[in-house]
Design a protein around this ligand. Structure first.
Ligand code: 4AD
Ligand code: MG
Length: 433
């Protein structure tokens, strides 16, 4: 392929070019009677470009007509200029207008709803550009983490005949003459996969009809899951900690600029990248909540957001909480042999109020107990016969967990709302664009 003379703004600066050819969109435009200043935006950065009337009157006139988001190609001389927003400026010698944009619907100080209505355009904002780049790093890090440990990538169907994480959040879809459900998790199929591949992982779209309007729930989100034969809870939680530390390290390695744009506290992330993360039992969590913080959480109740937040705030790093009450856990989370009231499961809670980012467990090998629990949830255990068959042909202890990709991106970026951690969010109230 013939090499293009065009570079991105970032490449031009890195290569220390003097004559530059750039193409992009008008981020800002300001004209006086002597100069037009254009801040040009491309995928990599922004840069001030200046056109002087005295040097080129024809170009000056063209540039006066530019509107926000007009697409242009320019060439000119790149110089350091401390007055320019990023410290550099292009003195433009030529410009081609590709399209003059209509008045852009997003102006300064818009309501969040208008920004969500115009999400297809708001993706161009510096904020979302930075978030999407960090998301790219997070997703890449997850693949790299598992592949480097010898896990195989394994895909499961999205159309599924049954629930696995509670019937109340199932999305029903018409499937020819039948009803099927959109995947709530990859897990049950992964439990079949490990008998062939041993250690597997996946990242895929996940669907939950969440009726709660929180800043941490999407109806469509991406979950990164892993499952491993022979693995026990104590090994599992260490994998989860290593994965999170690796993700933070990768974000710090590749996205300093984006973190700065988002005004994220980089020192904090540097701390998370190296710190040890504690593991405590649910019972110890209650002890901390009730005795240190005078809360009143009875044994047997799931931790609510404010309680999760308190625990993570107490340790100031991600915390693994294990052994939640069996009774309130999904049918596949096994009772501990020492104390059947406690399940061999865990959640990882992120600090700074971001709360649960990972959930996982050992998998029950007790078919009768699972059938009983499914029935109690109003399910027909017969639909799960194929799943129970896995316990009849060389059953082995095994474990796995799921990480909420948007939850982690939200935390890495320091976002108030999870909707900003994905390009086109889906919630109960947000279906378009
Ligand atoms: O804790 P959850 O429900 O666990 C499972 O689905 C297991 N089957 C996973 C496994 O063991 N393979 O979900 C896992 C993670 C949560 O910790 C959370 O980070 C994220 O998925 N998550 C959501 N993220 C955004 N919006 C939602 N509605 C979410 N529900 C769960
Ligand atoms: Mg959970």
């Amino acid at each position: 392929m013939k090499e293009s003379k065009y570079t991105t703004i970032d490449e031009a600066l890195k290569k220390d070019l003097t004559q530059v050819y750039l193409r992009g969109w008008v981020f800002r435009q300001r004209a006086s009677n002597k100069f037009v200043f254009i801040v040009l935006r491309d995928e990599s950065d922004i840069i001030q470009c200046v056109i002087s009337k005295s040097k080129n009157a024809e170009l000056f006139e063209k540039a006066e007509k530019l509107t926000i988001e007009s697409s242009i190609k320019i060439s000119g001389e790149l110089k350091e200029d401390e007055r320019a927003p990023t410290g550099f400026e292009v003195s433009v010698s030529d410009m081609e207008i590709i399209q003059i944009a209509e008045p852009f619907p997003i102006t300064e100080h818009q309501s969040p709803e208008l920004l969500y209505d115009n999400r297809h355009l708001w993706l161009r904002s510096r904020k979302l550009n930075a978030v999407l780049k960090i998301r790219h790093t997070v997703v890449g890090a997850i693949h790299e983490f598992f592949r480097s440990l010898g896990y195989y990538e394994f895909d499961a169907p999205i159309f599924q005949p049954s629930q696995s994480e509670g019937g109340s959040t199932l999305f029903e879809v018409k499937y020819f003459e039948d009803i099927m459900y959109l995947s709530q998790t990859w897990q049950l199929y992964a439990e079949a996969g490990i008998f062939s591949l041993g250690k597997i992982y996946n990242m895929g779209p996940t669907f939950r009809a969440e009726k709660s309007k929180t800043s941490r729930h999407l109806a469509e989100f991406w979950m990164a899951e892993m499952e491993a034969a022979w693995m026990t809870l104590d090994e599992l939680t260490e994998v989860a900690k290593d994965e999170i530390r690796f993700i933070v390290q990768e974000v710090l390695k590749h996205n300093k600029k984006e973190l700065e744009i988002l005004e994220r506290d980089i020192k904090l992330l540097e701390h998370y990248a190296k710190a040890e993360y504690p593991t405590i039992k649910y019972a110890e969590a209650l002890d901390i909540l009730n005795n240190k913080y005078q809360m009143d959480v009875p044994w047997g109740k799931d931790l609510r957001t404010m309680e999760e937040a308190k625990i993570a705030e107490h340790f100031k790093v991600p915390v693994v909480v294990t052994h939640y009450p069996t009774e309130i856990m999904g049918f596949y989370k096994p009772p501990s042999e020492d104390n059947p009231k406690e399940a061999l499961c865990f959640d990882m809670l992120a600090p700074e109020g971001y709360c649960e980012i990972i959930g996982g467990s050992e998998r029950s090998l007790l078919v009768d107990d699972m059938k009983k629990r499914l029935k109690a949830e109003g399910e027909n255990p017969e639909i799960y016969d194929w799943y129970f068959a896995l316990r009849r042909y060389g059953s082995v202890p095994h474990s796995g967990y799921g990480l909420g990709v948007e939850r982690v991106v939200q935390w890495m970026c320091g976002l108030d709302n999870i909707k900003d951690a994905i390009a086109f969010p889906r919630t109960m109230l947000r279906k378009a664009p």
